[in-house]
Design a protein around this ligand. Structure first.
Ligand code: SAM
Length: 319
């Protein structure tokens, strides 16, 4: 027991590790229109720490926190060349619940290798099943690659979920088609409210499509009932009368800060206790006491009520 607990009894049990801050999509909620080139820096050298530095850092965190889950994210984690080594390293540390959040573009090539390395689950971001709408949101003509990536992950035996950010007037017409796609693959989909991050920091409302609107849209086709929320879950879940489970991650309408147990580590070794914080805490080369201090500082970044927005985009801090 190291006292890394706050007055709300929150601690860190889930580590979200951003392995890289580059991406191969230019999604409109992450990247400002006209700045797409900045997102596609796939040919530039990244400043990501190598696996030989990240894995020992995770081991040090695990020793203090007894982590339950590590979720690998980015940027786009499948662009990080040493991803299988990271997954193997985390497995060796003794954490078996390992997942990634990916746009799925490279998944058809990498699903089997990652499964063999010890990966258990994949959350694929899929904001549209209509190719034109996909292009409008994600700025790449690559829907079919993502769909084959999803098929490859299912075939590899990975547990697959979908995440869709719903933007008013852009892809709100995709809620039912996405539900139907998820149903056809027998996987769970979660719809996300857009968050006030990066270039949307000051004005997320122009695209805001909330939990109530999403539920109303789904009610046009399905009857459903709400399921009991699990502690520390980011998502509320519902189930349709014909047994399709779906979720909504509603940062704004149904905040979940009160029992948040997530810690973020970015690709350069900085800790963030909360998505609302713009200030990373350097976690490299710390001894045990210094790391405990860094973790307490990260915990103090957590909001008590709700996400208050951040100047950083998910590309920088890790989604
Ligand atoms: N590249 C990977 C992917 O696409 O899943 C991982 C990183 S991405 C930043 C992780 C998640 O953050 C995605 O589901 C994305 O849709 C979501 N995201 C990014 N910016 C967001 C915002 N402003 N509001 C809500 N969700 C956002």
């Amino acid at each position: 027991m190291h006292g890394i607990t706050d007055k709300y009894n929150r601690t860190f049990k889930v580590l979200r590790l951003s392995v890289i801050n580059r991406c191969n999509l230019g999604c409109m909620y992450c990247v400002e229109h006209g700045d797409d080139a900045a997102a596609f820096r796939t040919n530039q050298k990244s400043n990501s720490l190598p696996a030989t530095e990240l894995v020992p850092l995770i081991a040090q965190l695990h020793e203090l926190l007894d982590l339950e889950t590590v979720r690998l994210t980015g940027g786009e984690p499948l662009l990080y060349p040493e991803l299988p080594q990271i997954v193997q390293g985390i497995t060796k540390i003794g954490i078996s619940d390992i997942s990634i959040t990916t746009n799925g573009l490279l998944l058809d090539r990498k699903a089997n290798q990652l499964k063999d390395a010890g990966l258990q689950s994949v959350n694929v971001s899929l904001d549209a099943v209509d190719p034109d709408v996909f292009f409008m949101v994600n700025k790449r003509d690559s829907l079919s690659k993502v769909l084959s990536g999803i098929d490859a992950a299912i075939a590899a035996g990975l547990n697959v979920k979908l995440n869709a950010v719903i933007l008013k007037g852009i892809n709100d017409n995709q809620v039912i088609p996405l539900m139907e796609y998820a149903r056809s693959k027998n996987i769970v989909i979660r719809f996300l409210e857009v968050m006030a991050m990066g270039h949307l920091h000051q004005d997320p409302w122009k695209y805001f499509y909330g939990q109530q609107q999403i539920l109303q849209t789904i009610a046009g086709k399905y009857s459903y009932r709400q399921l009991t929320r699990e502690a520390a879950s980011t998502s509320n879940y519902w189930i349709t009368d014909d047994h399709q489970k779906f979720g909504i991650i509603a940062n704004e309408s149904s905040p979940f800060c009160h029992d948040c147990n997530r810690l973020r580590l970015d690709s350069e070794g900085r800790l963030f206790g909360c998505l609302s914080s713009n200030n990373g805490i350097d976690a490299r080369n710390l001894d045990r006491e210094q790391m405990i201090y860094a973790l307490k500082s990260a915990l103090a970044q957590k909001q008590s009520l709700k996400f208050i927005g951040s100047e950083l985009s998910m590309l920088q801090i890790g989604g």
